[in-house]
Design a protein around this ligand. Structure first.
Ligand SMILES: *Cc1c(COP(=O)(O)O)cnc(C)c1O
Length: 390
């Protein structure tokens, strides 16, 4: 990893050493909203920049700071800011960087909350976004205007598993002094490190792989100290602050992130190959398959291909509904990146929020299933999928 000779397996164990001086081996949980000071003037100096020590938990908390330092190390970043949710991290970041009259270039395919931020909330504040095909680098470049302040990308994207060429977008943006933000949730820092490809800010839903146990909500943004300091100024006002308890759970989850992600990668590859060879499956979208249209890009910018894939079952919408109903081991639930395999009928979910036309525009075919491959034994998952496809 850039700027650090230690390996990622070691960083998840020791990356939070030195954040606070205690003799605890396991991290202490600072479950407090506020902290005492010795004088009123001490507070004045404390409220002006991101802090690792104690003032008031919306401004910073030692347990939260440990999680931030750990994740910053994994992403190869100078600094990180933890938020209450992935959307908390994304909205706080974007609102911290753009203002009235600014323009954003982003993808047609984003996490739904990000899409709504770009197309509904930001326009009300005088910030407009142009959404382009994420697979077309030239389209990003062509959409840039003199007012463009930020390019937002997400790779792999949900639920089509299309990729964005992070290095190419970063160099286009850098040459014009435009900031770049990449949602790295699907890959995790084990499989992809956007900052090493020239991206300025990497965000995650910590709710997914970083936590990994379906028991917390968190978000994080990683980048330079200067940018994180600027985003922190909006964070303390917008208030999507991480809870110390969720930060503590997140640290616990992070200790096993490399082990878990490696297993997710391996099992998802087995499941993707199985589905690709199954007569009742029309299409499989997984960056680790040779058949993925951007497999070469996946190999270039990722070191593993993740645990999420999507596939179309033969027979359309009704067949997809029937498939979901026959699953026994794989649970029907949104979210991803945890120990337990979860599936959603993507079209049914996306229609509910985007409408039929919106779902088609987002590339969501009526027969599309999204599967987050968990840590069960691959053989047991294949039995369940085989039964549901029969
Ligand atoms: C889940 C998710 C988010 C939002 O995270 P929350 O913690 O649910 O707010 C953002 N981006 C991606 C890619 C996600 O999967």
């Amino acid at each position: 990893m850039t700027g650090n000779e230690r390996q990622i397996e070691t960083l998840v164990i020791h990356g939070d050493d030195g954040v606070e001086q205690t003799h605890d081996v396991a991290p202490p949980l600072h479950l407090t909203s506020t902290f005492t000071a010795d004088s009123a003037t001490e507070f004045a100096s404390m409220a002006t920049e991101p802090r690792h020590d104690s003032y008031y938990t919306r401004y910073g908390n030692p347990t939260v700071a440990r999680a931030e330092q750990l994740i910053a190390r994994l992403e190869g970043a100078e600094a990180a800011l933890l938020a209450s949710t992935g959307m908390g991290a994304i909205s706080t970041t974007v609102l911290g960087l753009v203002g009235h009259g600014d323009h954003i270039v982003a993808q047609q395919n984003h996490y739904m909350g990000t899409s709504k931020l770009l197309s509904e909330l930001l326009p009300r504040l005088g910030v407009d976004a142009t959404l382009v095909d994420q697979t077309d680098v030239g389209a990003f470049e062509a959409a840039i205007t003199p007012r463009t302040r930020l390019i937002a990308v997400e790779s792999p994207a949900n639920p089509t598993m299309q990729l964005t060429d992070l290095g190419a977008i970063a160099s286009i943006a850098r040459a014009r002094g435009i900031l770049t933000l990449a949602d790295n949730t699907f890959a995790s820092p084990i499989n992809q490190r956007p900052l090493e490809l020239g991206i300025d800010l990497s965000v995650h839903a910590g709710t997914k792989y970083l936590g990994g146990h379906h028991d917390l909500l968190a978000g994080v943004v990683c980048g330079s100290k200067a940018l994180i300091g600027k985003i922190w100024e909006s964070a303390i006002v917008l208030g999507a602050t991480a809870s110390p308890f969720d930060a503590w759970l997140l640290i616990r989850g992070l200790r096993t992130l490399p082990l878990r992600v490696r297993q997710h990668n391996d099992t998802a590859q087995v499941v993707a190959a199985f589905l690709e060879g199954h007569p009742a499956v029309e299409s499989v979208f997984y960056p680790g398959l040779d058949s993925h249209p951007q497999h070469a890009l996946a190999r270039r910018q990722m070191t593993g291909f993740g645990g999420v894939l999507s596939f179309g079952v033969s027979g359309g919408y009704a067949a997809a509904q029937a498939f979901m109903a026959r699953l026994e081991l794989v649970q029907q639930a949104v979210s991803l990146g945890g120990f337990e395999s979860l599936a959603v009928h993507a079209a049914a979910m996306w229609e509910g929020t985007l409408g039929d036309a919106g779902a088609v525009a987002a590339g969501v075919q009526p027969n599309l299933i999204r599967l987050s491959v968990g840590l069960e034994h691959p053989d047991d998952l294949l039995v369940d999928l085989e039964r549901a496809l029969a």
